[in-house]
Design a protein around this ligand. Structure first.
Ligand SMILES: Nc1ncnc2c1ncn2[C@@H]1O[C@H](COP(=O)(O)OP(=O)(O)O)[C@@H](O)[C@H]1O
Ligand SMILES: [Mg+2]
Length: 338
């Protein structure tokens, strides 16, 4: 019952700069956009899209709440477009991936495509192999069989040093968030830059402070993880995942253990990050059905295989009893839970 392979090769999606989208939708007028762009004239042009929303808010042209609702509207519109035209090039793929762990088949021939510059959610019952799949996608686990490719290059056959280089293109937010307890927020966020680059400390300082502001943690840089709430920990972990400007961010259960309001805030933040940076994201989520609102593409894993893959808005309408049971959380159905 797989509807995979909906992700085909085609011309990349050209997103209008965020400022232009805000203008076209009537959220701001052209004078306000000019103001915001002028206020940013000293920053790197490639950063303008990252900062325009924040600049508009700091100039008083938009409230944060209005900006958030505009971004969600753009995102929802995009998801509708994606349902109608899901032909987006795949940046990461798995073909026939098999993995046994402790003598048990965990991945039983996984075929999947991760569309470039889109948010993909991987869902499925607990223990179904989602985290194991993610570890394969970033080369932390090797499959017994199959191909895992990044832009068409097979990761499975790379040497350890080649793999190391490729891994710099990914950022992984592990299940649990896992900040380093002994480092304060600033040092946690700076960590990947200090480890993998030779960027000078003054530049690192600027990037970390920017990154913290982006996740609404300005002023928290000297705090230690155990002084932060669960939601703040996740936001700091997200800032750390973003700091290297990866091409692909993989998030394993970014909202696990959070209450519904904080969970919603994290989803807004992920959406905001995506709209500013258009980084390809893969999110493992147990937040069903709410995750359907926050992703373009959904992959359902079941019994070590991809049960379905396609636009979130199409999967949501699936008539497959397994998927319906999973989405609605029914105890009775083809998935035996009791
Ligand atoms: N390193 C490992 N060694 C042995 N078994 C593992 C390992 N990692 C995961 N598993 C098993 O593989 C299955 C899938 O795990 P996982 O991918 O973590 O599930 P989930 O879908 O909840 O993320 C589980 O039965 C788990 O116990
Ligand atoms: Mg898991």
């Amino acid at each position: 019952m797989t509807t995979a392979a909906t992700v085909k090769k085609s011309a990349p999606f050209e997103a209008k700069p965020l400022g232009q989208r805000l203008l076209a939708s009537g959220c701001i007028n052209s004078r306000q956009l000019d103001d915001a762009l002028a206020a940013q004239s000293s920053v790197d042009p490639s950063e303008i899209n990252h900062l325009v929303g924040r600049t508009l808010v700091s100039l008083g042209h938009l409230t944060s709440a209005r900006l958030r609702s505009c971004l969600v509207k753009f995102f929802t519109d995009e998801c509708r477009e994606y349902r109608d035209n899901p032909s987006v090039p795949a940046i990461l793929s798995m073909k026939g991936v098999e993995k046994r762990l402790d003598g048990r088949v965990v991945l039983d021939g996984i075929d999947l495509d991760i569309p470039e510059q889109r948010i993909t959610a991987i869902i499925g019952i607990s223990g179904g192999g989602k985290s194991v799949t993610l570890k394969h996608l970033v080369g932390l686990m090797r499959p017994d069989q199959g191909v895992i490719s990044l832009n068409g290059k097979n990761l499975v056959t790379l040497s350890p040093s080649e793999l190391q280089k490729v891994r710099r293109r990914f950022s992984l937010l592990f299940q649990g968030g896992a900040l380093f307890d002994s480092l304060n927020v600033f040092d946690n966020v700076a960590f990947p830059l200090r480890e993998t680059t030779s960027i000078p400390e003054t530049e690192i300082h600027k990037r970390v402070m920017n990154s913290l502001e982006e996740v609404n943690l300005a002023g928290m840089e000297m705090k230690f993880p155990d002084e932060l709430s669960g939601g703040m920990n996740k936001r700091a972990a997200l800032a750390r995942a973003l700091i290297t400007r990866p091409e692909i961010i993989l998030l394993d259960e970014p909202t696990a253990g959070l209450d519904p309001i904080i969970e919603n805030a994290i989803h807004h933040l992920i959406c905001d990050t995506f709209m500013r940076t258009r980084t390809t994201m893969v999110i493992i989520s147990h937040s069903v059905p709410s995750i359907f609102k926050w992703c373009h593409h959904v992959i359902v894993l079941h019994q070590g295989k991809v049960r379905a893959s396609g636009p979130a808005l199409a999967i949501q309408e699936s008539l497959d009893p397994v998927i319906r049971q999973f989405i609605h959380g029914d105890v009775d159905g083809p998935i035996h839970v009791l």
